[in-house]
Design a protein around this ligand. Structure first.
Ligand code: ZN
Length: 90
């Protein structure tokens, strides 16, 4: 799980003191599911990225559905940000 602190506009690493620190500083805290965030194309939302252990070493890939070219970490970060924004909109 990844955590989102919305008011500060940052994604935080979960930790036992993180929710308490966010409440203390007036920052909204919630967690989003990070499963498949590196594999899901941010353009067409299909899971076309490298999978399994073998796929971990592949840092860049082209989506087989829409042809968009992605860097694994940036693609995952955008997916997590979008998931956090959707959660906050609920
Ligand atoms: Zn795509």
């Amino acid at each position: 799980m990844s955590s989102l602190a919305s008011k500060a506009g940052c994604i935080c690493t979960p930790g036992p003191s993180r929710p308490k620190a966010c409440v203390h500083s007036g920052v909204c805290f919630d967690e989003v599911d990070e499963r498949c965030s590196a594999q899901t194309c941010i353009c067409c939302n299909r899971r076309t990225g490298p999978k399994c252990r073998e796929g971990l070493g592949i840092r860049e890939w082209a989506c087989g559905e829409c042809g968009a070219y992605h860097h694994r970490n940036i693609n995952a970060a955008v997916n997590l940000l979008a998931a956090g924004c959707r959660r906050l909109a609920e």
